[in-house]
Design a protein around this ligand. Structure first.
Ligand SMILES: Nc1ncnc2c1ncn2[C@@H]1O[C@H](COP(=O)(O)OP(=O)(O)OP(=O)(O)O)[C@@H](O)[C@H]1O
Ligand SMILES: [Mg+2]
Length: 309
């Protein structure tokens, strides 16, 4: 496998003693979208900052297309586009100038056509003359994306790209990110929106308290960890679970009008039949039965819960 980003045994302890990363190793495949999920303070931004050469690790190494981010900083950095989590823009500059400037920072000649294409891609062309301070938060975030793309990087880190971006524009941005991948770029993104990871990611890494707790193909993760929820709506409220159903993972809803049975994918084939058989033997009067797959959000929460001390 062609690993375009290779992170090896990274540790980061800040001056105040906070251990933000603990022996993190991670390989990113060429052309994939990897979503980095984790609660606040998990270490996502620290990891991205080290991978982009903005912060030094306490120990460990990062290779970008084979270049060591510390020893071959310039070569590695040229390949990388970073959309930072914090919005820091020159308030009095306009959109067009700031995007041109970002390209210049890499020693590249001006390219009006590319800047126009990038701004149009992000629905910012009409705002090109606007001063940055006059833009909304969502527009500022898209300016950050334009700035990150304008030196034509092949590896793009997006740290919470859709924070503060409304639902409609978020969907537009998802198309932009998918478009980058379709053109061959490798994308690493952090997000708190599980549906964003569900929509975009090829693989998902979960980071918690500075350590990677899981990395898996998204589809595989949903298949392995997901499950089916079967809602049994009752004609009469039920206060407790019938004795012969207690061996299953079942609960009564708060309004007592339904029974919910959660079936792990692993056991699905044999268990559902047995459950329905036992359900039939109870004296419950059933109004309706509906089924629902577990969402990635539920999977994510259960993984984090499981790992709590
Ligand atoms: N410059 C710093 N000095 C000291 N501690 C820091 C510094 N930057 C981050 N930290 C700490 O390191 C830990 C990881 O922070 P980081 O910003 O990487 O988390 P994150 O996963 O990006 O969180 P969020 O989802 O809130 O963006 C936190 O405990 C944070 O307080
Ligand atoms: Mg962060």
């Amino acid at each position: 496998m062609d690993h375009v980003i290779s992170i090896k045994n990274l540790n980061k302890t800040f001056a105040n003693g906070v251990m933000a990363l603990k022996n993190v190793s991670l390989d990113v495949n060429s052309g994939e979208i990897l979503a980095l999920l984790g609660p606040n303070g998990a270490g996502k931004t620290t990891l991205i900052s080290i991978a982009c050469g903005l912060t030094y690790a306490s120990s460990g190494q990062v290779f970008i297309a084979g270049y060591d981010i510390r020893k071959d900083y310039k070569a590695a950095r040229r390949l990388v586009g970073l959309v930072p989590q914090e919005i820091a823009l020159e308030r009095y500059e306009n959109v067009l100038d700031t995007v041109h400037f970002s390209r210049g920072l890499f020693g590249l000649p001006p390219d009006n056509a590319l800047v126009e294409k990038t701004l149009r891609l992000l629905s910012l062309w009409d705002k090109r003359e606007s001063s940055l301070r006059a833009l909304s938060g969502g527009m500022k975030r898209r300016v950050l994306i334009a700035k990150a793309l304008v030196h034509e990087p092949t590896i793009i880190f997006l740290d919470e790209p859709s924070a503060g971006v409304d639902v409609e524009l978020r969907k537009e941005m998802w198309d932009v990110i998918k478009g980058l991948r379709d053109q061959g770029a490798t994308v690493v993104l952090t997000t708190h929106y599980i549906e964003e990871a569900e929509e975009l990611a090829d693989r998902i890494a979960i980071i918690d308290k500075g350590a990677i707790s899981l990395i898996e193909q998204k589809d595989q993760l949903i298949k392995q960890m997901g499950g089916k929820k079967i809602h049994i709506d009752l004609t009469e409220p039920c206060s407790s679970i019938p004795a012969n159903l207690q061996k299953y993972d079942t609960h009564v809803t708060r309004d007592k009008k339904s029974l919910v049975y959660v079936c792990d994918t692993k056991y699905r084939e044999k268990e559902i039949g047995l459950f329905l058989n036992d359900l039939h033997k109870t004296n419950l009067n059933i109004r309706d039965i509906t089924t629902k797959e577990k969402t990635l959000e539920e999977i994510f929460m259960s993984i984090i819960e499981e790992r709590k001390p």
